[in-house]
Design a protein around this ligand. Structure first.
Ligand code: H79
Length: 467
């Protein structure tokens, strides 16, 4: 990962104050993050719930769960939902995965409950991935779960309804690249022209037809399921332009003005780093780092890191390279301390179950958030410009939350200056005040000998801004 310079260093070098930087950034952010026609106030209103939420569940579920990472005895290190590409499966063969796809164990209420108990505030699920298979009941295509599988039911209907019932925000992923649509084909050595590929080509004269097809599907998705976000992907194909992205952004917003749309609707994204380029105006409300966390936050820029718990998005039967609960919890804290959201993925099986190792980890995260949620939801980025040696920080007006990963052996927690003062401090898990003293570099807080939580113990500090 490329390391970004600390913002303060850059500022010094160009002789800007933090305030001026914020001003510069909001202009940049509005240029980079949204269509020119939306005002900053409108954007703040639309983004409010999302900025509060901080933590969401990504669900990759589709036909690829049937092969589960295995084709003709071939296994791969590649991601499961790309099997149509890496195993070079022609469309007519791939379609056959629909025949046995019967997720009888699917239970919308338990999926939503699992997300809720994990402390997640929203769900983003694949309505259609690169393979082109629709996981909802649509009239535009019969290549969908209701018309083409023995299941015959609409799991998106059940999930949207259940999410509403349980107070969970519901949203869709949608791929622009489509390996099943006849407008697109593969032109690469050794590849079947109808298989999957990272760079589909557009057949001469058929782009209009495909854009109309996408718009019709998006209309179905928005009018039938009322998603809070449209999370586009597969925008990197060479036949998709920023102008196409701006037009699609405007179309989706016209169907639901309050909807949020990620920056993969157009061409603004800087590769897997995910944030938008700033050389011109790009469509999209937030940046989308994939499988990585930016080295530092960027004031005024909204972003969401999407990450897997093992090494695949779509289910693979043999991927057991699970991240520890400790790492997942610390990733959440790291992201939130930098002003981002964490979109953590699960890949349910073809039977309709979220894998047990995922459920276990989600429960551990939920247990931590139940105690420490105040230090996550509705917080903003750390005021410290340099990385803290012992952990991370988040804040709210008048409050600073210190997330201690490495509990100091001598019980002395060194808190650098941050432009305000610490009035008092306590453990999240205790009422009694901790001793706080000014020190040469900021403040020193005296902690009890034992860390309350080996993963991350939170100290709540009341702060006063410097005049
Ligand atoms: O849905 C999951 C993956 O299937 C999908 N995005 C997540 C959320 C994914 N798409 N691509 N990849 C994962 C990896 C491939 C990246 C590349 Fe590219 C596409 C390399 C070249 C084209 C994106 C655009 C990164 C660099 C340019």
């Amino acid at each position: 990962m490329k390391k970004l310079l600390p913002v303060s260093l850059l500022l010094g070098a160009i002789g800007l104050s933090m305030c001026e930087l914020n001003a510069a950034f909001s202009t940049e952010a509005s240029a980079a993050g949204q269509s020119a026609s939306t005002s900053a106030a409108d954007r703040d209103t639309r983004m409010a719930w999302w900025r509060q939420a901080r933590f969401g569940m990504f669900i990759h579920w589709g036909l690829y769960a049937v092969p589960a990472g295995e084709y003709n005895g071939q296994r791969s290190k590649e991601i499961g939902e790309w099997i149509m590409s890496w195993a070079n499966i022609p469309r007519a063969q791939y379609e056959q995965f629909a025949t046995p796809f019967n997720p009888v164990k699917f239970d919308a209420a338990s999926w939503v409950r699992t997300a809720k108990d994990a402390g997640m505030k929203y769900i983003v699920i694949t309505s259609k991935h690169h393979d082109g298979f629709a996981m909802y009941d649509g009239a535009v295509s019969s290549y969908d779960i209701v018309d083409s599988t023995p299941f015959k039911k609409d799991p998106m209907r059940a999930l949207a309804d259940e999410a509403k019932r349980q107070g969970m925000t519901f949203a869709f992923y949608y791929s622009i690249m489509d390996w099943h649509h006849p407008s697109q084909y593969v032109d690469a050595p050794e590849k079947d022209p109808t298989a999957g590929h990272g760079q589909t080509k557009m057949r001469e004269g058929r782009k209009r037809e495909y854009v109309d097809y996408m718009k019709a599907q998006l209309r179905e998705l928005i009018t039938k399921y009322d998603p809070a976000v449209l999370w586009f992907d597969g925008e990197w194909v060479n036949w998709w332009t920023e102008e196409d992205g701006q037009a699609l952004y405007a179309y989706v917003r016209s169907l639901k003005p309050g909807i949020l749309i990620n920056n993969r609707v157009g061409k603004g994204r800087k590769g897997m780093e995910g944030l938008s380029k700033t050389d011109r105006t790009y469509a999209g409300d937030f940046g989308t780092p994939e499988q990585q966390i930016p080295a530092s936050g960027l004031p005024g820029v909204d972003w969401e890191s999407c990450m897997t718990m093992n090494d695949t998005w779509g289910f693979k039967s043999y991927d057991d390279n699970w991240k520890s609960s400790q790492l997942l919890i610390r990733n959440l804290i790291d992201i939130v301390s930098k002003g981002g959201n964490y979109l953590l993925n699960v890949g349910p099986t073809a039977e309709g179950e979220i894998p047990a190792p995922s459920v276990e980890r989600l429960a551990a995260i939920g247990k931590w958030l139940k105690v420490n949620g105040d230090a996550v939801y509705g917080t903003s980025a750390s005021p410290f410009t340099a990385q803290l040696s012992w952990g991370r920080a988040t804040r709210k007006p008048g409050k600073l939350y210190l997330h201690v990963f490495n509990w100091p052996a001598d019980g002395q927690l060194e808190v650098p200056s941050f432009g305000g003062s610490i009035v008092s401090a306590r453990l999240m898990t205790g009422a009694s005040g901790l001793d706080v003293k000014p020190s040469a570099s900021g403040f020193m807080i005296t902690l009890p000998a034992q860390a309350p939580d080996p993963i991350a113990s939170v100290i709540v500090a009341d702060t006063r801004d410097a005049k």
